[in-house]
Ligand binder design. Structure first.
Ligand SMILES: Cc1ncc(COP(=O)(O)O)c(C=O)c1O
Length: 406
C-alpha cells in the first residue's frame, strides 16, 4: 500500500469535515488513505481488514489489478462522449452483460438509485403500452423493510421513517406488502399492477433471506397475473451470494434485473437495468437518459468486471468461504450472537443487545482492526471482498469473538 497523501491526522480530518460536509452519514472514526485487496490503511498507517467492501461495491477487493488496468487503459484513450454519439466500448459491455444475465437488453446508468428509478419508469411505460393499464393508474408492489435507494420516489415507498420523514410529498403508485409473504403479494397485485419490485435478499434490512420457494412463487404469481418481476440485485448480485445472481439460488429469471455497486469494480459508479427486449424495448429516444450513463470509462471497467465474473472464480470463492463464515458464526451463537442469516460471503449478525448497539460493536471491531457497519439496532453486516482468504476470514471471526466476550 502506498503512503498517505495527507499530512493531517485522522482526528484533524474528522474535525475538518464537521462544518463543511452535510451530516447525512455517521461514519466510524477511521480515515482511510489507501487500500489493496481486502486491506485498508488509515492516515496514521494502521491496517484494517475490510469486512464491508463498500456495501458490496468492492466485491473484487480494492484496486483489483485487472480492473485498475482496464481503467488506466481507458483513461489514456477516451473517458466520456455522452450518448449523443456512440462510443467504441458500449456495445461489448451491453452484449456481455446481457449474456452474463441471460437477458437481452441493457439500459446503462450510474448509481443504484438511478437503476431503480429507471426500472420503475420502464415498468410503468410497459404497463401502459403493452399491458393496457389506463393512463397514470399503474401500481408497483414492493416489500416492507425494502431498501432501494434515496431519491424522492424511492423513499416514497420506504418503510423506514428516518429515510422518509421530512421528505414528502411522496410519489403515489406503490403498494407495500410484508416481505416473504406470497398471500399478501397475491392480494396486492391487480389489473393495475405494472410490476413487483423486490430484493431477492434484503441487504439493508439485515441480510434477510426469504424462505425457499418465495422467489419461485413471486415468479409464478407475476407471470400468472401478467405483471413484471423486477429483482433489485444491486447489493445481492455479482457473486456476493455464491452465484452470479441471488435469484439463481431458486433458478428464477426475473423480467427486469437491476444491477449496480460491484458492476463499477469499486472504481466508477456503474449501474444497469437489464431486461428482455419486449420490456426495455418500450423506451424510445428522448424518453430517458443520463449524461454519464454508458460512458466509455464505465463500460471498460464494467466489461472487465464481467470478465472476472465469467471465470466463475468469485462465485466459487463466495460459496466455499461462505461455509467458513456460517460455521464461524454458528460457533458464536450464545456467545454474544443471538442469531444470524448468511448466504455466500454475506451475513447479518444479531448481537446480544446487552453487549451494545451495532454501532458500538462496530467501533470495538474497528479498534481491533476490522471494519464492518451496523444496519439496524444491534445487527451488523459482514460483506467482505470475495477475494478474502480463509485465514483472513477466520481472523475477522476471531476478532468478533474477542469483542463479544463479556
Ligand atoms: C438493494 C439496493 N438497491 C439500491 C441501492 C441504491 O444504490 P446507490 O446507493 O448506488 O444509489 C442500494 C444501496 O445500498 C441497495 O442495497
Amino acid at each position: 500500500m502506498t503512503a498517505p497523501v495527507s499530512t493531517r491526522s485522522s482526528a484533524d480530518l474528522i474535525r475538518a469535515e464537521e462544518p463543511v460536509l452535510a451530516h447525512n452519514y455517521h461514519p466510524l472514526p477511521v480515515v482511510v488513505a489507501s487500500a489493496e485487496g481486502t486491506w485498508v490503511q488509515d492516515v496514521e498507517g494502521r491496517h484494517y481488514l475490510d469486512m464491508l467492501a463498500g456495501y458490496s461495491a468492492l466485491n473484487f477487493g480494492h484496486r483489483h489489478p485487472a480492473l485498475i488496468e482496464a481503467a488506466h487503459r481507458q483513461l489514456d484513450r477516451l473517458t466520456l462522449t455522452s450518448r449523443a454519439f456512440h462510443n467504441d466500448r458500449l456495445a461489448e459491455f451491453a452484449e456481455r452483460l446481457a449474456e452474463l444475465t441471460g437477458l437481452d437488453m441493457v439500459l446503462p446508468m450510474n448509481t443504484g438509485a438511478e437503476a431503480v428509478e429507471s426500472g420503475i419508469k420502464v415498468a410503468r411505460k410497459w404497463a401502459y403500452e403493452v399491458k393496457g393499464v389506463p393512463a397514470d393508474r399503474a401500481t408497483i408492489v414492493v416489500a416492507a423493510e425494502n431498501f432501494h435507494g434515496r431519491t424522492t420516489t424511492i423513499v416514497s415507498f420506504s418503510t423506514d421513517e428516518t429515510a422518509r420523514a421530512g421528505f414528502g410529498p411522496f410519489t403515489p403508485g406503490f403498494r407495500i406488502v410484508p416481505y416473504n409473504d406470497l398471500a399478501a403479494l397475491e392480494a396486492a397485485v391487480d389489473e393495475t399492477t405494472a410490476a413487483v419490485l423486490l430484493e431477492p435478499i434484503q441487504g439493508e434490512a439485515g441480510v434477510v433471506i426469504p424462505d425457499d420457494g418465495y422467489l419461485t412463487g413471486v415468479r409464478e404469481l407475476t407471470r400468472r397475473k401478467g405483471c413484471l418481476f423486477i429483482a433489485d440485485e444491486i447489493q445481492s448480485g455479482l457473486g456476493r451470494t455464491g452465484r452470479t445472481l441471488a435469484v439463481e439460488h431458486e433458478g428464477v429469471v426475473p423480467d427486469v434485473l437491476l444491477l449496480g455497486k460491484a458492476l463499477g469494480g469499486g472504481i466508477v459508479p456503474v449501474s444497469a437495468v437489464v431486461a428482455h427486449r419486449d420490456v426495455l424495448g418500450v423506451l424510445r429516444p428522448g424518453e430517458h437518459g443520463s449524461t454519464f450513463g454508458g460512458n466509455p470509462l464505465a463500460a471498460a471497467v464494467g466489461t472487465a468486471v464481467i470478465e472476472l465474473l465469467e471465470t466463475g472464480e468469485f462465485q466459487r470463492r463466495a460459496a466455499e468461504l461462505g461455509t467458513v463464515l456460517r460455521d464461524g458464526l454458528a460457533d458464536l451463537v450464545g456467545k454474544g450472537v443471538v442469531g444470524f442469516r448468511a448466504r455466500g460471503l454475506w451475513a447479518g449478525v444479531d448481537i446480544d443487545p446487552s453487549l451494545g448497539t451495532g454501532r458500538e460493536v462496530s467501533k470495538l471491531l474497528m479498534d481491533e482492526g476490522v471494519l464492518v457497519k451496523d444496519t439496524h439496532g444491534s445487527t451488523i453486516r459482514l460483506a467482505p471482498p470475495l477475494t478474502i482468504t480463509a485465514e483472513e476470514l477466520e481472523s475477522a471471526l476471531g476478532v468478533l469473538a474477542k469483542v463479544l466476550r463479556p
